[in-house]
Design a protein around this ligand. Structure first.
Ligand code: NAD
Ligand code: IPM
Ligand code: MG
Length: 370
């Protein structure tokens, strides 16, 4: 018998609603194929919520998320709200929902699709078979430390604070070790321990936890060198664990190994099955409303939801296979186009993935009768 799941959907701003609609269509096709019932409840966040409710995170959105099994989020932000005071910035809503839901571990897998190797600006031998996982601490560090403010009579002094408790570092490091132990058993901890006190404690904690995972090889790399090595030889990495802002920057950089920011999904997790799933990209105001956005990062985020929140491994693989097949057939959105590929818009790419999933269903049924 299939499962019943309630999914809160936060489309957000810019290309957010465009790509979210793709994830919903794909999930409906999955539900149909496997006999599950997914209920989708839409709620408001970011600029859309500011316009409607004068806050980037309405209380009823928090409640909708808390009463669901998982959350899908598009993206927030855009020039319309850039001049707003900080409490009325769309991005505040995103940070607040992550914190409110306790989603301290942001998993950002970086997997190179064979057919997209030509879309990466890097050499084929560098990007082929790349498969790494950035584990970004998500509810602490530089984004959440206090004080964070302007000071002085003429407001000419500004302060942000990189702050962590031991417990916050322990929980993200443990999560990363757990992931490394079921992957290729290598953990790279990225910090700035030559300068930052927070990084020195981070390094100590990684060393302490390493004693509990003797099978996992551990290395420490400074963040500046890590940025270089990601491009020089990304295959040296398996799981990479790092502070909130370091992880934000390194993951956008790492997206180019796959060809585009529009290819990287993410899962924001805590220590139960609940999670929030979103592409790592933003609202892309430069292409919003033009049917140009690549929906695959969002669709792959939905696959992560099936895997991490619903334990639906084969359903998740069905989505990943459909994406792979559509790419292998030569279809590309503009951001990943290469010589000889067929460029399609957002809607068409979504339709191709859904059709591929349904074809996969027919193959599945035929296989049963074979
Ligand atoms: N998770 C989020 O909600 C999130 C993440 C990053 C940025 N933002 C916000 O988004 C707004 C725009 O930020 P930005 O321009 O720095 O980053 P961005 O990720 O929105 O865009 C960077 C570049 O990548 C391209 N791009 C991004 N996603 C794409 C996709 N799916 N398909 C094709 N091309 C894609 C854009 O067109 C743009 O050229 C800002 O307000 C920022 O705060 C939100
Ligand atoms: C929009 C912004 C606050 C956000 C972040 O930095 O966490 C984004 O860049 C991301 O990567 O999800
Ligand atoms: Mg980012």
């Amino acid at each position: 018998m299939g499962a019943r799941k309630k999914i809160t959907v936060l489309p957000g701003d810019g290309i957010g609603p465009e790509v979210v609609s793709g994830a919903i269509k794909v999930l409906k096709a999955v539900a149909q194929k496997y006999g599950h019932q997914f209920e989708f409840v839409k709620a408001s966040i970011g600029g859309a919520a500011i316009d409607q409710y004068d806050t980037p995170l309405p209380q009823k959105t928090i409640e909708a998320c808390k009463s669901s099994d998982a959350v899908l989020l598009g993206a927030v932000g855009g020039p319309k709200w850039d001049g707003n005071p900080s409490h009325l910035r769309p991005e505040r809503g995103l940070l607040a929902i992550r914190k409110e839901l306790g989603l301290f571990a942001n998993l950002r897998p970086v997997t190179a699709f064979e057919s997209l190797i030509a879309s990466s600006p890097l050499k084929k031998e560098v990007v082929q078979n790349v498969d790494l996982m950035i584990v970004r601490e998500l509810t602490g560090g530089l984004y959440f430390g206090k004080p964070s403010e302007r000071r002085g009579e003429d407001q000419s002094y500004v302060v942000d604070t990189l702050q962590y408790s031991r417990k916050e570092i322990e929980q993200i490091v443990e999560k990363a070790f757990e992931l490394a132990s079921v992957r290729r058993k290598k953990l790279t901890s990225v910090d700035k321990a030559n300068v930052l006190e927070s990084s020195k404690m981070w390094r100590e904690i990684v060393e302490e936890k390493a004693a509990f995972y003797p099978d996992v090889e551990v290395e420490h790399i400074l963040v500046d060198a890590a940025a270089m090595k990601l491009i020089q030889n990304p295959k040296q990495f398996d799981v990479v664990v790092t502070e909130n802002m370091f992880g934000d920057i390194l993951s956008d950089e790492a997206s180019m190994l796959t060809g585009s920011l529009g290819m990287l999904p993410s899962a924001s997790l805590r220590n139960d099955s609940f999670g929030l799933y979103e592409p790592i990209h933003g609202s892309a105001p430069d292409i919003a409303g033009q049917n140009k956005a690549n929906p695959l990062a969002m669709i792959l985020s939905a696959a992560m939801m099936l895997k991490y929140s619903f334990s639906m491994e084969k359903e998740a693989e069905t989505i990943e296979r459909a994406v792979n097949d559509v790419l292998n057939a030569g279809y590309r959105t503009g951001d990943i186009q290469s010589e000889g590929s067929t460029v399609v818009g957002t809607d068409k790419m979504i339709e191709l993935v859904v059709n591929q999933l349904e074809d996969d269903a027919i193959v599945g049924i035929l296989a049963c009768y074979a």
